[in-house]
Unconditional design. Sequence first.
Length: 237
Amino acid sequence: MPRAVLLRLCMALSLAWVPAGFAKPLTEYSLSALKKFLVVRGADCAGCDGKEDYLARAEAIREWPVDATKKRAHEEGVAYRKKARQFNMSRDDFLHQMNESESEHPLEGARAERLWRRYQEQLRDGRVDFVNGSVRFTMPITHKISPYIHPLLADMIERAFDSAHSAYVMLPPAWRAWAEQKMDWLVETRALHALVFVLLSIVLIDLLLEHLRGRRPPPTAEQPGQPAASSSRRKHD
């Protein structure tokens, strides 16, 4: 048998003994490749510190099958982080681009800082969408009404919203997806801003009425059978 044919046969037989999914020995994997190897199989590596720890864990679960759902989630996470690095612009560049669409009320002061902080939070937490070379994220809840209210009031509303959001993230994923769809609709149609404006108007009207009531002189108490007190003084003879 020719030597070349024998060599190909030996290579084919050696590859036939390699478990599915292994293109090379695990010892030749990089650290990131070892981490991916564990993630797509649903294996954790608690306490792993260096490459040797990840390699030992990978050797221990090398017969585990790849979980298609976890593999897809991992690939989506890698793609997201790559996009996030591209859109992680400086604060000045971000505000410059946002000001191009803010013709009525230019971004400045606390309103600009609030928008920048919200964008950075969503970018870090994986809550922005990349569509056709642009990024889509959720504006602060007070963004549309903040030019008309005091910055301290806007911050108070934002803190209340953040507290509610902290509880929201504890909900099951299916419930969160439903709530996000409803919230997007409320924001896009500005129905949410109208509701906030109505609530603020009610609060301001109530405060104004309370202030007006406080300026009225208190009523004078009268005892039965006695004339009401008079502010005028009678001169004594």
